[in-house]
Design a protein around this ligand. Structure first.
Ligand SMILES: [Zn+2]
Length: 254
């Protein structure tokens, strides 16, 4: 059976509260062996830890997401540093920069992000990066600290950006957006990404498929993502699953 790892899934999300167990079981039976769950605010740390405790197939990362920049307080970074110490977290994130929404203070975002890059380097943990409309600035921060142990999730940059970023050793995560037949530019870029730099994700419950707008995205949807990307790359679904599993295990030391 094909064995897959979901490199980015918000299983702690409240939208999974009533059927989390059944959904994880269904995905596991279909070959999704591991789930990497990134926290987004300190308020979510307990929920993320609980999912990891309840399900042996779940590992987690801790971080402060730029989308919630207005919620992060001055002591949150300190709390994150303390929480990372001997916590069993496999990475730092979800962190990064989001320039898409104009009311998210960019200066504060950059400060909070850079602090997390320093923390990741200090603990020698990989970064789970969010870079919406801010790929160059996120990459610049990695270069500044000479730290490339990272995955840029839901990557949607150009072929040239992908080339530079993967060339530095950073992995790129791809999810449901790739399955949209209208996303030809994204698919072309995915085609150009070296196999040993690819990761798969659902980003569930967010990022619904183009043909299922308004609905939750589910853990089992990773199979569809794998299938679509394999066909873009012109390889078998089993081969892509095997390679992305190796990649994800390698980065997060699973
Ligand atoms: Zn996410």
């Amino acid at each position: 059976m094909t064995v897959l790892i979901d490199s980015h899934i918000h299983l702690d999300d409240e939208r999974f509260d009533y059927d989390r167990k059944a959904l994880i079981k269904m995905a596991t039976l279909s070959g999704v062996s591991r789930f990497v769950v990134p926290a987004v605010t300190v308020n979510r740390f307990p929920a993320v830890l609980k999912v990891a405790k309840d399900y042996p197939s779940v590992v987690y990362t801790l971080g402060l997401h730029p989308y919630y920049i207005n919620e992060h307080s001055a002591t949150d970074l300190e709390f994150l540093a303390k929480s990372l110490q001997g916590s069993g977290a496999v990475g730092v994130g979800e962190c990064g920069l989001d320039y898409y929404l104009k009311d998210l203070d960019r200066e504060k975002q950059r400060k909070v992000f850079e602090a997390q890059v320093i923390l990741a380097k200090h603990f020698n943990l990989p970064l789970v990066l969010h870079a919406r409309g801010a790929i160059d600035d996120v990459f610049k921060t990695l270069k500044k600290h000479d730290y490339f142990k990272a995955v840029m999730h839901s990557f949607n940059g150009s072929v040239e950006q992908a080339r530079q970023i993967t060339g530095a050793g950073v992995y790129l995560g791809f999810g449901p957006a790739v399955c949209n037949p209208k996303a030809t530019k994204l698919q072309e870029m995915v085609q150009s990404v070296p196999l040993d730099r690819l990761m798969l994700e659902t980003d569930a419950p967010d990022q619904p498929f183009h043909d299922r707008t308004g609905k939750r995205n589910l853990p089992i949807d990773l199979l569809r993502v794998n299938h679509e990307i394999a066909s873009i790359k012109g390889i078998g679904a089993d081969q892509l699953a095997a390679q992305t599993t190796v990649n994800t295990k390698h980065l997060f030391k699973l």
